[in-house]
Write a protein that binds this ligand. Sequence first.
Ligand SMILES: Nc1nc2c(c(=O)[nH]1)N[C@H]1C(S)=C(S)[C@@H](COP(=O)(O)OP(=O)(O)OC[C@H]3O[C@@H](n4cnc5c(=O)[nH]c(N)nc54)[C@H](O)[C@@H]3O)O[C@H]1N2
Ligand SMILES: Nc1nc2c(c(=O)[nH]1)N[C@H]1C(S)=C(S)[C@@H](COP(=O)(O)OP(=O)(O)OC[C@H]3O[C@@H](n4cnc5c(=O)[nH]c(N)nc54)[C@H](O)[C@@H]3O)O[C@H]1N2
Ligand code: SF4
Ligand SMILES: [Mo]
Length: 748
Amino acid sequence: MPGSPSIMPSAVGSRSLPRAHPRPGVETRKALCASCDIACSVVTEVQKGRVTRVRSSDNPLFKDNICVKGITAPKNFANPERVLYPQRRVGERGSGQWQRVSWEEAMADIGARLKTIIAQHGPEAWAVSTSQWNTGTDHGLGRRIMNHIGSPNWISGVALCAGNTAAVNRLTYGWFPWPDYDNTHCIVLFGHNPGRNSWVPIYNQIQRVKARGGKLIVLDPRKSECAAMADLWLPLKVGTDTAMMMGWLKVILDERLYDEDFVARWTIGFEDLRRRVDEFPLSRVAQITGVSAELIAKAARLYASQGPSVIPWTPITDQQRNSTSGIRLHSILRAVCGYLDVPGGEALMGFHPDIVPESAVEMHEVLPEAQKAKQLGADQHPVFTYRGQAALREPLRRVWGHEYANQATGCYMANPSAVFRAMAGQGPYPVKALFSIGNNTLLGFANMPLILKALLNQELIVVQEHVMTPTAQLADYVLPGDSWLERPWMFDGYGWLSLYKPSQKSMEPPGECKSTFEFWKLVAGALDRPELVPWPTLEAFYDWRLKGLGVAFETFASVYEVHADKLEFRKYEKTGFATPSGKVELRSSILESLGFDPLPYWREDPPPDPEYPLMMFTGVREAEYFQTGGRHVPELRARKPEPQLFISPATARAQELQEGQWVVVETRTGRVDIQVSIRDTMPDNLVRIPHGWWKPETAQGLGTLSGALQYADAQLCGDEGDYLDHEQGIPHLKGLPCRIVKKPEALA
Ligand SMILES: Nc1nc2c(c(=O)[nH]1)N[C@H]1C(S)=C(S)[C@@H](COP(=O)(O)OP(=O)(O)OC[C@H]3O[C@@H](n4cnc5c(=O)[nH]c(N)nc54)[C@H](O)[C@@H]3O)O[C@H]1N2
Ligand SMILES: Nc1nc2c(c(=O)[nH]1)N[C@H]1C(S)=C(S)[C@@H](COP(=O)(O)OP(=O)(O)OC[C@H]3O[C@@H](n4cnc5c(=O)[nH]c(N)nc54)[C@H](O)[C@@H]3O)O[C@H]1N2
Ligand code: SF4
Ligand SMILES: [Mo]
């Protein structure tokens, strides 16, 4: 996810301020927190070679951008549970028996085994699952090596979070925009709920917009923290965002609240869109969403007439059966209202002209077309695969200077479910080796029973981690990863913002922990392709990327807090949009040529399932933990010891549930054990399940995999039929039929 606030013109080239004079014996470093994915600018205090404190940056631009996860990072990374040395599995897979080995031994064996798998099954039998978020990035090196070796089967948690949004946004106008919070008049949050401990920079940004009189519209079935401070709160039924946006467009088109000039000059397919939108009179939308027609109209009018407005990216529409249409409708609203690439609207930033982007490091052009064609899932669910993005190659080169422009790393991925099926022996060809880098693969997608089967069917699993996650417990090798305190970083806005922020290394990594850069360099060597990662160190790699700017990384890091190319708006007037037509494609030529409906559409929920009378969603991030991580840190765990469902008081009464009681939640896919928390912010008949629970303190290995088989939400979420988006093939996590089963007290 994106960078910090105030990245717009005010921040361009913001330099470091002089540091407050440190206490004797305390040195300070300028760092970017990677304890979640928003890269807050922070200061670390170092005593005797160890970080003793993390605080927010002295720069007023980034003041107060810090949360409990960042503050506790030094404790987290000093935790005795941390993996400090390479471990090799010695017993059966998942038996929990390990032997410490050297990196040399580990990499020699990994290289030999991977080469054997590739020789037997082809390079596509090697899959990599990662997430750029925690590791900061893998620098594009994983893709670079895979592209040269010939495997298209790279997957990531970004398939459910921003990576897929980036790919879908590009169908409409060729790039993934970023809100100009500094100048906007109105923010619309589709379920998104930043808080003091969750994406605090965006939370602070929203506060600033509100303080200067800007408006906030929140759409959320629950009275979230953001809903509570909104000017308008639309308590829509779970999973109905796409229908809601059809309603907004109906109002905006009927009342001519759109930007007629922009629509006439810069869009195609407007009349087709209008016909589709006409299928959604507000009475229908009100019935689907459960929000009154008056409130829907009021919100649509506010968005369209009080602009420039922004719809910040949200993971909620990334995780619905109507995801592609939902994300497309966000894009369409931005475009028809004239908010694209204008001050206070949504900036299409492109690449920094003088810095080598990770997209270029990745070298997608060397992967042969025949191998690209083997990318798993591309036949049925192509949107974020090479096939789905192929028609953008020429337009991207024309407008943004690179034929392959990977944004939020999500633009050329394989489909995760298809990869897991192939790993489990149910695909068009076998996948036999998985590298999982800073990603708790078993818990991080849908259909966990399938992922478990997939992992158990591998010949080689390599995990680079901080702790023995349930995924790591199933590996052949667990390799120790460094942390953001222990490495330099050049944040590149995830290829989404043309913005660079440096992070200085604060301390040496403990034990034999290594960066993802070093890991991939060793992999290249082990595959006899050392020339693929020729840079001796991470700093030298950054020096190479910064060459066009004429500055070495060390200087860059000491001088800049943030560096961006000069921000220019309405660039499309010179270049057109990076779509096949050069226009904003309200009717998508790419979706049409892939055999899908070129217009956004609405898929109804399947009929009610009498055996599963309640609805559940996974989400509502927990202040203490980032995704599946952090449960091993006592300071954090004490604040949130157990996984909890949220349920309304009336539904709790109807189900005869007490606060704190342990229950089982079941769906057609699986079940979890969970504690009841009764919340008056929840609507009736809706259940919230938190993401990513396991208990690191409990027994490792097959059994419960430290509680993953007991608590992880991924067991409840299916990835087929009605529970899968068609175009991208991502699972529906927002609105799954479920039931609550009481546990006998003894089992609680
Ligand atoms: N079922 C289900 N799946 C989901 C979601 C959901 O709600 N439900 N949410 C989705 C979303 S929004 C996202 S963003 C993705 C997130 O997906 P990921 O970002 O992959 O998050 P995790 O799965 O928690 O895995 C991250 C792992 O990285 C490790 N780690 C932390 N720091 C470092 C580091 O510096 N180096 C290394 N090597 N490892 C490190 C942590 O210990 C942790 O085990 O998951 C998505 N998947
Ligand atoms: N502390 C902490 N902070 C985090 C993270 C973390 O793990 N911990 N993860 C980071 C990441 S990777 C992400 S993606 C973000 C996610 O953070 P958010 O985008 O805020 O997502 P959630 O907190 O899961 O849910 C936000 C709101 O969506 C509502 N919601 C649920 N279903 C629907 C629906 O169908 N429609 C609508 N409109 N609303 C719905 C929920 O009630 C909830 O209030 O947080 C980031 N920040
Ligand atoms: S919100 Fe918290 S965890 Fe995320 S980057 Fe900022 S300080 Fe770190
Ligand atoms: Mo996310």
